[in-house]
Design a protein around this ligand. Structure first.
Ligand SMILES: [Fe+2]
Ligand SMILES: [Fe+2]
Length: 245
């Protein structure tokens, strides 16, 4: 058995222990396996298919808040909290502090590629337009220096992507669009406060931002995922990532 087959076998064994059949979305495994092939599924054994909460995950409250997603569904979020704290220390306005706190949540809990666009879409119904604009365009602006505000091309990108890396044409196009926009500096401020090296001795608590979130994030009464907003289904997908249909 090769490594992938072993991993599959271990996963199948675990799935067989669950009382429901769990089938992963194609996007989770595309590349690891050929997306055109049928998705492997455990033997039926007369079980029903998972249509809600995945028992392997911590259960979310019925009306989940932003902080519930931070605590129960996102990967490590110190980067986001440290960025928000830095923004606060640099004296930016509260809306931008919120933008810094949220700027990478798609990478933390949803889909990495194009994370600025996904994150903006997730939060758009609940924040001021300027906040979602800043989040959407921070992704493109990250790749382009602006010496006038002391923002250099990140050294870590040279390490991660190589010295010859050129952003895709759509990223460059969106950078140009943002550069001429009235909210350019809002998006740029996310880049300026986007910390790459974390101080492991600094621990920022989410509760530090309770007031900022309370004032600038319009939490839906029915909970994220259960309101009628255009991104509700995306929050539900994070809450129930293995729901069959
Ligand atoms: Fe980012
Ligand atoms: Fe970031």
């Amino acid at each position: 058995m090769n490594a992938l087959e072993k991993a599959d076998a271990a996963e199948r064994a675990m799935m067989e222990e669950l009382d429901r059949v769990v089938v992963k979305s194609v996007i989770y495994t595309s590349g690891e396996r050929d997306p055109r092939e049928p998705i492997p599924r455990p033997p039926d054994l007369g079980k029903r298919y998972l249509m809600g909460h995945d028992p392997r995950l911590p259960r979310m409250p019925d009306k989940p808040t932003l902080f519930d997603f931070f605590k129960l569904r996102f990967g490590p979020t110190q980067h986001l909290m440290q960025s928000a704290r830095l923004a606060q220390k640099n004296g930016v306005n509260e809306k931008i502090v919120l933008a810094c706190l949220l700027h990478d949540i798609a990478a933390a809990g949803f889909i990495r590629g194009d994370h600025g666009y996904w994150t903006a879409q997730l939060v758009e119904p609940y924040v001021d337009e300027e906040v979602s604009f800043a989040i959407r365009y921070h992704q493109a602006l990250r790749f382009f220096a602006d010496e006038s505000v002391g923002y250099a091309y990140p050294a870590s990108y040279i390490r991660l992507f190589g010295p010859d890396y050129k952003p895709d044409a759509y990223i460059e196009r969106d950078y140009r669009y943002a550069r001429d926009h009235q909210w350019y500096m809002s998006a740029r401020l996310i880049c300026i406060n986007d910390l790459y090296s974390f101080d492991p001795n600094v621990r920022v608590e989410l509760e530090e931002f309770t007031d900022v979130v309370g004032r600038h994030f319009r939490q839906p009464e029915d909970g994220l995922g259960f309101d009628v907003s255009p991104s509700a289904h995306m929050w539900r997908a994070m809450n129930w990532p293995t729901k069959y249909l």
